[in-house]
Design a binder for this molecule. Structure first.
Ligand code: ATP
Ligand code: MG
Length: 491
């Protein structure tokens, strides 16, 4: 919103090792690039980028858009003598005119020091230790400035790299180091609420003005350190409408295989963010384009040539568009439904093979879904409840052919009926033979309970003992409180 009003005036001054040593001083990697410089061997001397300070008259961020919990957290850290800034996605989104979904703080205080400043605070994480500060109803994530951890003085406990991949990152450093260890320039801007100024070590402000996503440092190295950055690149390009610099997208197809090193639970979180942020269709197109999709869903590739994925499986396209529409309308969406759609084609392929081995349809469906969900969980760890939802939706598809009697009412009163029915509608869009079924079940839902019983060929409710009343079955599982995205059916 603000960016197009602003003139391009930011210049980033990079001082190389050579020019520094020519001036007879070296950057102190524990300092912030401006103070306390001490001689260091040129071999380990990082390039110094002087920060650009961008005033509020130029960047246009309105402080009132920042949560009060975040502002008070920063103020209290500063009062206690530490440096503290708003950082990361919130700064990026404010500059793009979007409402940030959360506010992260970066500080010079260590996690223990943060805990001493706040009564309501908890330290979390192992791979990346940070503090959660509770301000009213808000939780503010407070992370200590990180260093690169390239020095021999750091123990494995603090910073661990295996095969070029960062597996632990708890080396603290300066704010400059913290900026350059972040993934994209757009994500590395600091905002200081007191002076209302942006602090930019990496040229992120200019990149954002040009709506460009650029990695900090050498792309190959950064992707090897953390392959999830490839998915993040796709996510920000899709959801924030940013263009990927050539240096960002070119290495991806060659390095896509590195996703196999990422823990499946982390991939599940990332895939949910990709698919449930309102731009699932665009994100999927980009995943296919950069050959990441086949890494995430190997079974889908086995059943459909990935290059034709988006042309041939229009059921998937419909589901992705529907999901995006629902997110835009702030309706609940669930990964269970989306995974059921994504894995439907490979499921059919497995069922066909099993049917040839003389299993009946039910047996084949159960075995195929078990195998498929197990295989998929090696790459993306789909939590049990979502796996169960996929299975229920799939199994119920075959039951939709029963349109009368107790079988029909039993299906109609299933907890997952609505999600399975939505799935049937998607299938009917593509496969004409299911249209009649879909219409029958759609019509049923427009009737009152007595009419519904009549349509299903059942006697009026008053005539029987009531064990097949038209009401939803109670779930046998204990009800648990879950976030909005977890439980609701897709429509
Ligand atoms: P969103 O919250 O919308 O998902 P975000 O950029 O805030 O986007 P977070 O996961 O909240 O993403 O991370 C906060 C910040 O931490 C990022 O903006 C970035 O600066 C840094 N960061 C996150 N993940 C990585 C990573 N894999 N490598 C380097 N820096 C990262
Ligand atoms: Mg964030």
């Amino acid at each position: 919103m603000y960016l197009h009003l602003i003139q391009l005036s930011v210049t980033t001054k990079v001082i190389s090792n050579i020019s520094d040593s020519q001036f007879g001083c070296y950057h102190n990697r524990f300092g912030d690039g401006r103070h306390g410089r001490q001689p260091l061997p040129a071999a380990i001397e990082p390039a110094i980028t002087e920060p650009e300070y961008i005033p509020s008259s130029e960047h246009g961020i309105d402080k009132r858009q920042i949560s009060s919990g975040c502002l008070s957290t920063i103020a209290r850290l500063q009062q206690a003598g530490y440096t503290a800034y708003l950082v990361g996605g919130a700064v990026r989104d404010l500059l793009l005119g979007r409402v940030p979904k959360d506010f992260d703080v970066a500080t010079s205080a260590t996690p223990e020091q943060v805990r001493r400043v706040f009564h309501r605070c908890r330290l979390i994480g192992r791979r990346f230790r940070l503090a959660h500060v509770y301000a009213g109803m808000e939780t503010i994530e407070v992370a200590t400035f990180r260093g690169s951890g390239n020095s021999d003085t750091h123990t494995e406990h603090e910073h661990l790299i295996q095969d070029g991949r960062i597996v632990r990152d708890n080396v603290f450093g300066s704010e400059h180091e913290d900026a350059v260890r972040r993934d994209f320039t757009a994500n590395a801007l600091f905002y200081e609420p007191g002076k209302q100024q942006l602090i930019d070590y990496v040229g992120g402000y200019t990149d954002l003005k040009q709506r460009r996503l650029r990695l900090i440092g050498d792309a190959q190295t950064r992707y090897r350190e953390d392959p999830v950055r490839m998915l993040r690149a796709v996510r920000f390009a899709s959801s924030r409408n940013l263009s990927l610099a050539d240096s960002v997208n070119q290495p991806i197809p060659k390095l896509a295989h590195l996703l196999s090193q990422v823990p499946p639970a982390r991939l599940f979180d990332e895939v949910c963010k990709l698919m449930l942020s309102g731009t699932a269709y665009k994100a999927t197109c980009n995943l296919v384009k950069y050959q990441l999709f086949t890494q995430l869903f190997p079974d889908i590739q086995a059943s459909i040539d990935s290059q034709h994925l988006l042309q041939t499986t229009s059921m998937l396209i419909s589901a992705l568009h529907n999901t995006d529409k629902r997110v835009a309308q702030e309706l609940p969406v669930t990964p269970g439904f989306l995974f059921a759609v994504l894995l439907w084609e490979p499921l059919q392929l497995r069922i066909t093979v099993l049917l040839k081995q003389n299993l009946n349809h039910n047996q084949a469906m159960i075995q195929a879904s078990q195998e498929l969900l197990f295989e998929q969980s090696r790459t993306i760890a789909l939590p049990r409840r979502f796996g169960a939802m996929c299975r229920e939706i799939w199994v119920m598809q075959h039951r939709f052919r029963h349109i009368c009697g107790k079988r029909a009412i039993s299906l109609f009163t299933e907890v997952r009926f609505r999600a399975a029915y939505d799935f049937l509608l998607l299938r009917a869009e593509q496969e004409p033979e299911f249209r009649e079924q879909a219409e029958w079940w759609s019509h049923l839902q427009t009737l009152n309970p007595e009419q519904q019983r009549k349509k299903m060929g059942l006697p009026p409710a008053s005539n029987n003992n009531g064990d097949d009343k038209v009401h939803k079955k109670r779930s046998s599982r204990r009800k648990r409180k879950r976030p909005k995205t977890d439980t609701a059916p897709n429509n």
